[in-house]
Each structure stands twice: as C-alpha cells, then as structure tokens.
Design a protein around this ligand. Structure first.
Ligand code: FE2
Length: 437
C-alpha cells in the first residue's frame, strides 16, 4: 500500500516514549487532547495497560487521526475454523514428546490464503478471557491482505517469519520484517500484512502480560537483547482516505468482521510507548559458558511475559542463534531433561544442535510439562566424542515459546495438518545401556 511518508524509517528503543508525525506540525505540543488538535485531527488514546498500572509497566499511545476508529459498521461473525484460542480448544494427548515436519504453503491458485486466512493454531493453553496463557500458530500465506486489517483485542502477537519477507502496515506506521527478524504487534492495534510470494512463519498469541525485556541480574547492564536494537515505525498514513476496508477483530476467542468506508491507517501523528516493534535476532548478544557445563536456556531469553508468580513466565520467547561453543569437559548440546515449563520449539533456518537431522526448518516440536526429552541418539554420540576445540554454530536459528501452562495441540495439529512426525520418539531408541561397572 502507499503511504505518504518515506517507507522504512524507524525509531530505536524498547518502550521509549516515541513522538512522530508524518506531516510536520501534526503532533500537539504540551498537551495530549487540545480543544482542537492541529490540522483538525481527532485525538485517540490506546491503553495497553490498566490506567493505574505501575509507571514502569504503563503502556499507552496517543494517536492523531483523520477519523476515530469508532467510525465503523456493526460486527458479524467471520469463519476461520483453524484459529483456536485457550486450553479448552485443544485436544487431550498422551504425555509423549511431539514433533511436526514443515507444513507447506499451498499454491495461491489451489488455495488463496492471506495472513489471517492462513493462520493455523498448533498448540494452546490458558484462556484469553482470563488474560492468561498463549498459543503457538503457523501462518501459511500466499497473498497479501487486500483492504483488510486485523485487530486482536485478545492478544499481543509475536511474529517469527520463517519463509518470505512481510510488510506489516500498522496504525503507527510500517514494519518490513524478514526471516531472522521478529515483529511484536500490541493488543488492539490494527495491522495488515502484505507478502512477497509464499510466506510461512510462527506466531505467539500472548493473552497475558505484554512481552518485555527480561531482567539481567548478575549479567549486568549489557547482554541479551539490547533495548536500542528494537525498531518502532514512524508515523505514516494511507494516501486514500475514502475506501472500503474490511476490519477483522479477534474478540473473546472468536473472529468478527465489519466494513468501514475509510482506511484504518489514517494516523498522521502519534506519541507514546505502546507501539509495534521489530527486532533483528542477529543483534542478540549471546551469553554462554566459558568454563564448563551447559547453562539453562533462560540465558537465551529475548522477551518475557511474566505471570503473577515471580520468575515463572506466562510465556518466554527464547532463541538459539549462531554462537561459539568453547566450554571444556562439557556435553555441549542440552542435557536430557524434563521441566515444569512447557516448550514449543520452531526452527527458522539451519540445524538445531540437539536434533541435527529430524528437526527441519519450518518444523515444530512440543515437550510439555515433565515430558522427558533431549538430544537424539546421533547428537548424543557426536557430542560425546567430539574434540572440544572452540566451535562455531553457524547459520542456525531455533526458538522456543516456553510457558508455565501446559500446551495442548489442536485437532488440526494432531489429525489434519498431515505433518505430525509419528516416528519422533524413535530418535532416542538407539540410546542403549552403556553402563560399565
Ligand atoms: Fe527442553
């Protein structure tokens, strides 16, 4: 879509109080809602937190737009049967580790799918009505959203593109996001996704507290994701105000549609700290062992959505990017383990060191609460005999959505997608008893 300002300019910072105007003079100075705003724009407040949330958690932005978002029609249900929300929409499963092969993006001629039509919920937990939990979804898109915008009132959405670059137009401006980068879209902010060919990626729909940067503790003031590497868009608005748009709204675990005779992207200026963001995972400063032992994966946390229990996340977003392995007398892949936290994993590109072959880019795995898992037999053998010289893991990007709430797969993931790896547990079958008394 066209915008009146130069594309692809960004403002740096996570949670900063940004101020941006697409037309000089559009942003009021000194007050948020003057009796008449500059250029006769309508002031509109978007609050991402309760008004009285502690100051460091308070999120809100003031938008100055040509018509307020309320100018729209009534809503009617919109059928999208693959987008599920909440633990109740999952299926009961045995406590087995699960893995899925990549799900191909259908051809546009055979099955046209935009970002919303192509959403497929894979695992669910929590309850959007209770503002707890998260879902992991795939998007399988082969065409752009055409004069259609999505507003998710239930959840913040974290997008992890795996194939194909996205151009995400939001009320606050435009983000261009490619595989290796992520996009964080706040609850309640309208956006529209344009694709450039077949596109696939992962989505975390976060019903809980908004993602924030983790505390750094003894690491100190540097390391992991640095706030300045997050990029917010600058204000930009549609050239064409009068046009029929369809607005899809996720609300109460269901999807609703309406039409309006104007673009939802008519914000000429805005200020505040509630904003879409993007982040390049190549900017993540990896912390790791430089003596011995494999540290907990929490050192790879990019963003965390805390729950009400300190240190026990509603959802963590964790990445396993390229990094040096230098520790001595150490089994370098993850150990065999079972955790309280439930782990949904994806692979953007390359190999994951604990599963060199069977876990493919675009694939997924689920290791739920206390389900044992760890390196497959091949990875174990290789890591037990490898010379422990410094070694660089290159061209790899795996990630994890990790939650205190057990994930349940959807019926689509278990029975319809055709990608469930029914041989997954055999990857550990060759781990024999090697005991020598
Ligand atoms: Fe694990």
């Amino acid at each position: 879509m066209n915008t009146t300002t130069a594309d692809l300019r960004y403002q740096r910072g996570f949670g900063n109080q940004f101020a941006t105007e697409a037309v000089p003079g559009a942003l009021p100075q000194g007050r948020n809602s003057p009796q008449v705003a500059p250029m006769k724009l309508y002031p509109e407040l978007v609050s991402g937190s309760a008004f009285t949330a502690p100051r460091h958690q308070n999120q809100r932005s003031w938008l100055y737009r040509r018509q307020p978002a309320v100018v729209t029609g009534g809503y009617a249900p919109f059928e999208q049967r693959y987008w599920k929300s909440g633990a109740a929409s999952g299926v009961d499963i045995a406590p087995d580790p699960l893995r899925w092969h990549p799900v191909p993006v259908p051809g546009e001629a055979e099955q046209p799918l935009d970002f919303v039509e192509g959403l497929r919920t894979v695992v669910v937990n929590g309850d959007p009505e209770a503002q707890t939990g998260a879902s992991a979804l795939l998007y399988l898109a082969n065409r752009s959203m055409q004069r259609r915008a999505l507003v998710n009132a239930d959840a913040e959405m974290l997008l992890v593109p795996q194939q194909g670059a996205l151009r995400i137009t939001t009320e606050m401006g435009v983000l261009a996001v490619r595989p290796g980068e992520i996009a964080l879209l706040p609850r309640g902010v309208a956006f529209s996704v344009a694709v450039d060919g077949p596109s696939r990626g992962y989505v975390c729909e976060n019903f809980g507290a908004p993602f924030r940067l983790p505390e750094l503790g003894p690491i100190g003031s540097n390391g992991l994701a640095n706030p300045r590497d997050f990029l917010a868009p600058v204000a930009a608005f549609d050239d064409v105000q009068a046009a029929e748009w369809q607005i899809l709204r996720r609300f109460g675990g269901r999807l609703w549609r309406t039409t309006q005779p104007r673009t939802p992207f008519d914000v000429v200026a805005w200020h505040g700290n509630l904003t879409p963001l993007k982040y390049d995972t190549a900017d993540f400063m990896v912390i790791g062992s430089i003596s011995f032992d494999h540290p907990d994966p929490s050192i790879f946390t990019v963003l965390t959505s805390p729950s009400d229990t300190p240190g026990t996340a509603n959802c963590d977003f964790v990445i396993f990017p390229p990094r040096w392995m230098v520790a001595e007398d150490t089994f370098r892949p993850p150990w065999y383990h079972r955790n309280l936290m439930s782990e949904f994993m994806g692979l953007v590109h390359g190999q994951y060191d604990a599963k060199p072959e069977g876990f493919r880019p675009g694939g997924m795995s689920l290791h739920d609460c206390m389900v044992p898992h760890g390196p497959d037999a091949e990875a174990f053998e290789r890591a037990s005999t490898a010379p422990l010289a410094p070694h660089k893991l290159e061209n790899t990007l795996a990630f994890m959505f990790e939650s205190r709430w057990r994930f349940k797969p959807t019926a689509w993931a278990m029975h319809e997608c055709g990608a469930l790896d029914t041989d997954y547990t055999r990857c550990w079958a060759a781990l024999e008893d090697r005991f020598r008394a």
